[in-house]
Design a protein. Structure first.
Length: 89
């Protein structure tokens, strides 16, 4: 079943920080959706993150977490890496 608001079909990890809710969709290419907590609108759709250790595309991200600085950390499972993504409020 597809979530009609976000289009997610296989959400895997979720985190919130008081401003945003981030949801990882476990599939090749992501995405990780970042929603505004206030109204549920999509603030960002992350399908790739620049990184020098591997390809840019996410490969089955399965978890997300906000760090103390507000950056979003993405467990990019099958690329064997943790990525940091900066969100501007």
């Amino acid at each position: 079943m597809v979530d009609t608001l976000t289009g997610l079909t296989d959400p895997c990890g979720v985190t919130a920080n008081g401003t945003y809710v981030a949801v990882a969709q476990s599939e090749v290419g992501g995405p990780v959706l970042v929603l505004n907590e206030s109204d549920g609108s999509v603030a960002a759709t992350i399908t790739a993150v620049a990184d020098t250790t591997s390809g840019d595309d996410l490969y089955e991200p399965q978890n997300v977490a906000f760090g103390p600085n507000g950056d979003l950390y993405i467990a990019d499972t099958y690329n064997d890496r943790i990525l940091e993504y900066s969100l501007s409020s």
